[in-house]
Write a protein that binds this ligand. Structure first.
Ligand code: GLA
Length: 363
């Protein structure tokens, strides 16, 4: 297993060395002719020096085309829902590890990294927990036990975790009415800071992220996130990275993408494009046809996002993760009731122009 992991980690170097050996051997037969250029790398994970991730559902791994696509093109996975609190924490002392374990075992057996998602998310506190009406001390104690149980279980197997997901509104205020943390703590940010520390205690090597949507297009939200990062640094709470989900569309303003992503990077933290997908059926029409024009626009937008990410400092480029693998199973079609085509592979798992756009965006 370790050998497989090492091969995955150093695959770019290995591919380059083999190419050089091959071409120098060919060259020696006829020294007069110039050595041909090495073949272009066409597999995303082989071309990128950072993680190329996909959100994966364990049940879909039964579909051979899905599984092969994950294994061929991606170097890391995020659980689409299997590692959320609601899925794992079925009761105060009951943990359901079945699906999370299945994903982690699949990844370990195949040399894929796993990004843990997400320890704390307002939408994913289980009902039994919310209904218990804990006071702040009990609330925090339970959450601490939960974080310790989950992060310790996968210590050394996961390389990173989203500790908190979506705690701010787009206008920069803290999410309140629907958030049990907000209702329980006078200073929710300090609570989140302590949760980062609990995760760090459980696995000191895991990179810890804050994750949210619209970070690049909502300056007030981004400002609040940066303020939180400054406070964490000042008060000694560990944080390694920021995730921006990137659920956007082919119409999303490119200038904001660039300035927002660069602004996130001024924190000096790792940056994760963590849930990338690009809607095309922006009017949610039931008669929408995914035209060649829209396919190209989508490809161009993917390329732009990847190029912009590539422009960040090398040591801050954590990964780009698409939220799903193929248009066949995208969450958007399920939740919009209108057909969507947001990903890199089509309904038959063939590469779309979007894939070529993504590939072109990589240096
Ligand atoms: C958010 C969450 C994801 C996923 C999507 C779609 O982006 O972070 O885990 O649930 O919503 O539902």
């Amino acid at each position: 297993m370790n050998i497989l992991k090492k091969i995955m980690r150093y695959r770019r170097v290995i591919i380059t060395l083999f190419s050089l050996l091959f071409y120098s051997a060919c060259g020696s037969k006829n020294d007069a002719s110039p050595a041909p250029a090495p073949p272009a790398i066409t597999i995303l994970k082989d071309k990128a020096p950072f993680g190329i991730g996909a959100a994966v559902k364990s049940a879909l791994l039964q579909d051979d085309a899905y599984k092969t696509t994950v294994l061929t093109y991606f170097s890391q996975i995020t659980a689409e829902y299997e590692m959320k609190m609601q899925t794992i924490w079925s009761g105060e002392n009951n943990y359901n590890w079945i699906n999370a374990d299945a994903l982690v075992n699949f990844a370990t057996a195949n040399g894929l990294n796993v990004h843990g998602h997400a320890l704390l998310w307002y939408q994913s506190f289980p009902d039994w927990f919310k209904n218990a009406n804990y006071d702040s001390a009990n609330f925090e104690n339970k959450v601490k036990v939960y974080i310790d149980a989950v992060v310790s279980r996968y210590k050394g197997k996961l390389k990173s975790w989203d500790v908190a997901n979506e705690i701010f509104n787009d206008n920069g205020t803290l999410r309140s009415v629907d958030c049990p943390v907000y209702k329980t703590f006078k200073d929710p940010i300090a609570f989140y800071g302590r949760c980062f520390q609990y995760a760090k205690n459980a696995d000191p090597d895991a990179k810890l992220f804050y994750n949210d949507y619209s970070v690049v297009i909502a300056p007030s939200k981004r400002y609040s996130i940066k303020q939180m990062v400054s406070r964490f640094k000042k008060e000694g709470y560990p944080i390694d990275g920021l995730g921006e989900q990137f659920h956007y569309s082919i119409n999303t303003d490119k200038t904001s993408i660039k300035s927002g992503l660069n602004d996130m990077a001024t924190t000096g933290l790792l940056v994760h494009v963590s849930e990338l997908d690009l809607k095309v059926n922006v009017n949610q029409s039931n008669t929408y046809v995914f035209s060649a024009t829209d396919q190209q626009l989508q490809a161009d937008t993917y390329q732009y996002i990847v190029e912009t990410f590539e422009g960040l400092p090398a040591n801050q480029k954590f990964a780009i993760t698409t939220w799903g693998v193929s248009d066949k199973y995208t969450w958007l079609t399920a939740s919009w009731n209108a057909k969507e085509y947001p990903l890199l592979f089509d309904l038959d798992f063939k590469k779309k122009p979007a894939y070529d756009g993504f590939l072109k965006g990589l240096k």
